[in-house]
Write a protein that binds this ligand. Structure first.
Ligand code: ZN
Length: 290
């Protein structure tokens, strides 16, 4: 295990938030929540290369196509929908559910990066999309190469997210967009801390990775890395119960709960004049500061 400092402000001063099998701390200076200590990066990367799930490609596409269609419509609102020659890179594309939709857009030239061997091959073979099995730092990408860079379920897995975002900023065009979907700590942290009865019922709806971002801390990090015009939305949910979070109550319970949660989150979003984003996952869209 290795110990780390705050990725945003480099402060080592923190308070312990969750003290169990894994320990999560909150930076006293900026409020960023992160896992400390953590397994070294090389160890994690090698576990990633081996991980595979049967029929994962089909399962994820079915579960995520609706929420990705929603994200594409948000992108269209930020750009001229008819714009052609759009170069897009999806970092950590997994089994390519987003790329499966994005590649069908007229004029969009899409590619992905993915360390998982099975996942990368699936995207290449089934969708015919180019996938690099590399970090973007090792790809010799020119400055301002991409119109859109996407990160879905990826930012909170990075060991040094600020550095990754600085590199992403470099490869995005002046009028380009960074689009992300990631877990919302406002939901997952509170659930982990206060929902022990759910855990007792063998329901595990909380997911914590290396970092636990809230709308506030992700905004701070993006600003530090050189982004602006940052907008944060409630994300639509995945369909069904692909991660088995519903435990013995199963899929129908989870589906209904998700629909209610989304409606409630949207209600809070609008009555707070778009200030409070509380859904378990959030969509973040930002522009590079030129
Ligand atoms: Zn900090």
């Amino acid at each position: 295990m290795e110990y780390t400092k705050c990725n945003i402000c480099d402060s080592g001063e923190s308070v312990v938030l969750i003290d169990g099998d894994y320990k999560y701390v909150r930076c006293k200076q900026c409020g960023l929540v992160y896992k400390n200590p953590r397994v070294p990066e090389e160890e994690w990367i090698s576990s990633l290369k081996e991980s595979a799930r049967e029929n994962a490609g089909e399962i994820f596409l079915e579960a995520e196509k609706e929420l990705f269609a929603d994200i594409i419509s948000k992108i269209d609102k930020k750009r001229a929908p008819a714009a052609v020659n759009i170069k897009l890179l999806d970092i950590g594309c997994g089994y390519g559910a987003f790329l499966a939709l994005a590649r069908l857009r007229k004029g969009w030239d899409v590619a992905g990066t993915e360390m998982g061997i099975q996942a990368a091959n699936f995207v290449r073979n089934v969708y015919g999309v180019n996938v690099y099995q590399k970090n973007i730092q090792d790809m010799n990408i020119r400055d301002k190469e991409y119109d859109i860079v996407t990160l879905f379920g990826v930012l909170d897995f990075f060991y040094d997210p600020v550095n990754e975002l600085v590199e992403i900023k470099r490869i995005i065009k002046a009028d380009g967009l960074l689009v992300m979907r990631l877990n919302n700590g406002l939901w997952h942290l509170n659930l982990t801390r206060f929902a022990w009865p759910l855990v007792f019922l063998k329901l595990f709806p909380a997911v914590l990775h290396l970092y636990v971002f809230t709308p506030k801390s992700v905004k701070k990090m993006l600003e530090k890395a050189g982004f602006e015009s940052i907008e944060i939305y409630n994300s639509k949910f995945t369909k069904g119960d692909i991660y088995g979070t519903g435990g013995p109550l199963g899929r129908p319970f989870v589906s209904t709960a998700k629909e209610l949660m989304y409606l409630l989150s949207q209600f809070i979003y609008y009555i707070s004049l778009k200030n409070i984003v509380i859904a378990p996952t959030m969509v973040v869209i930002a522009r590079r500061r030129v």
